[in-house]
Design a protein around this ligand. Sequence first.
Ligand SMILES: [Zn+2]
Length: 230
Amino acid sequence: MKLLEHIQKHVATANPVLPTIAHNSPLIQHIIATNPSLPEIASTSMYEYVYGSNGTFVRAKRQGLTAIAPVSYYKAKGLRAISTSVQMTYPAVPVMLVEQMLEASRIACDTNNRPVEIVFHVYFENGNWQLAIPEQEQTASSCKPLDNSANSTYGKAIIEIHSHHGMRAYFSETDNRDETGFRIYGVLGEIFSNPQIRMRVGIYGHFYETATTGILELPAQLTDCLAEDW
Ligand SMILES: [Zn+2]
């Protein structure tokens, strides 16, 4: 798709039928990267689309986490190239907490003793990483916290990890539907035989897989799928 068409599809002025208020929403900003340096993410933006010479990207910022992820790739002359990045300003989550998640995943089961999924919320508070196992609905193929309000551990989580127990660590269609916030998402897989983790940053429905380096301290028994993919 040509850049102009692409921008027309995404900027607020594309559809004259929509009410004006939708056009001017400050929550989603659009930046055409004509200058050598990008402006800071506006504090009023929920997220911003950035149009560069190498594609469209989406970026967002919250306390402790800044990320820019690709939306679609193309070539457009006259703009600057955009680089992806995932920057967490906190130290990596200590290995002890990662081991606790793996252990709790292994014992998560239903009343018939069959393994179920489990979700963890990891957030930074009082100078330390905190691991929460929220109250949740759990089945063999899903897990969902009961409370997703702003003050819940869901609302505070910078990292959200769930387990696929015996299945591979991949992001399913269900995960894509559920993981609509801005944070780092992880999935644990094959936890009984070949423990593995895959991570991605999610920016309101846009996803970009990222290595665990600098985000989690991995125990020796846990493999980063992205490191293996490379
Ligand atoms: Zn999943």
